[in-house]
Write a protein that binds this ligand. Structure first.
Ligand code: AMP
Ligand code: MG
Length: 337
């Protein structure tokens, strides 16, 4: 199959909408990461997403909508708190899990009786949803297990020959996937951290952080958020998190320079490192770290890195999402300095 890469302008969006109505899969920009979109109500279209990604079919897809009224037909019940959070954070990087209605096929939800829904804020994503007239199931547009794509060229690397169209809407502003929450009557449970932070949610309700966010699931333990089960975001290189002060980090990495290691670090740290360094953010730059993270992990492979050291980020704000992804990219390898 030939894969077209077009700008996300009106012609590109019109073609995407037509292909989606025909049951095809299209790569689209969102504010979090690029998504691999298809009609969420068509089991055959949903199956095409899994096969393009090589994704295990029990890992559910997030359904994307462009207006609040499009939520109700997808859900059996909508808690009042979900409406409050939708008013506060939609459109934006927040995914909420609901009991699903009969309209949503099990092929979209990985066989679960719940459905995850989000309203993206990226204008091109909104335009594609509106023009297609469909709720769009859209996981990240990477091959399963690879770092999520934050630019159209990343999607092309992974999906060339597998899907008919990728829309280029520039670099993703947030850079990590959406925050995923289960919504109760008076509290929410954070299953995956993202651009809507614990601090932001806490202004509206009590927030419980699921144990799976920062800890490896034990053998046989049930994942509330199935994506957390799989080794994720991993480059070919071994990523190692170093838990210590900046000085400890610089000393440790430089001491291992002879082994040909790489580092992900801030510009100021790079000036003091004697190993090749991929530009990441530094301390108190968690927004920049989130934006750079997946591009850095892809660059590790382009540069042929075998070992990459990263300083353990602060878990503040979107830093919790950066830490969550880095722990998985590292297979939970952390060295305490
Ligand atoms: P992705 O779209 O690639 O960012 O991954 C979607 C992730 O959202 C899945 O891997 C799950 O972790 C989570 N998710 C989607 N639907 C559900 C659901 N019904 N219940 C729990 N988690 C979900
Ligand atoms: Mg993903």
């Amino acid at each position: 199959m030939e894969t077209k890469l077009l700008p996300a302008d009106s012609a590109g969006i019109a073609l995407a909408a037509r292909l989606l109505r025909e049951g095809q899969v299209v790569g689209i920009p969102t504010e979090t990461v690029y998504g691999l979109a298809a009609n969420a109500l068509d089991p055959e279209a949903a199956r095409r997403i899994y096969s393009a990604k090589g994704r295990p079919s029990d890992n559910p897809l997030i359904v994307h909508i462009a207006a609040l009224e499009d939520l109700y037909p997808l859900t059996a019940r909508c808690p009042r708190l979900a409406e409050t959070l939708a008013a506060a954070f939609w459109p934006g990087p927040l995914t909420m899990i609901f009991q699903k209605s009969g309209r949503v096929p099990p092929a979209t939800t990985g066989g679960m009786d719940t459905v995850a829904v989000r309203m993206p804020s990226h204008p091109a994503a909104q335009a594609v949803i509106r023009e297609s007239g469909l709720p769009l199931a859209a996981p990240s547009a990477n091959l399963s297990g690879k770092p999520s794509p934050t630019r159209a060229s990343h999607v092309y690397e992974d999906m060339n020959g597998r899907i008919p169209l990728i829309l280029d809407g520039g670099d993703c502003a947030v850079g990590v996937e959406s925050t995923v929450i289960a919504v109760g009557e008076d509290h929410v449970r954070l299953l995956r951290p993202g651009g809507i932070t614990v601090e932001m949610l806490s202004r509206h309700c009590r927030v419980e952080v699921d144990g799976g966010v920062l800890h490896q699931l034990r053998e046989g333990e049930k994942a509330l958020s199935p994506g957390m089960k799989y080794k994720h975001y991993a480059p070919n290189a071994q990523v190692i998190l170093l838990d210590g002060t900046e000085e400890d980090f610089l000393r440790y990495v430089n001491a291992h320079a002879a082994e040909g290691v790489f580092a992900m670090a801030s510009r100021a740290e790079a000036a003091r490192l004697v190993v090749p360094t991929l530009p990441f953010g530094g301390e108190r730059e968690e927004t920049e770290q989130a934006r750079r993270l997946f591009d850095c992990l892809r660059e590790c492979d382009e540069k042929g890195a075998r070992t990459v050291y990263v300083r353990m980020p602060d878990a503040r704000g979107v830093g919790l999402a950066v830490l969550n992804r880095l722990l998985r990219a590292a297979g939970f390898t952390v060295i305490k300095l």
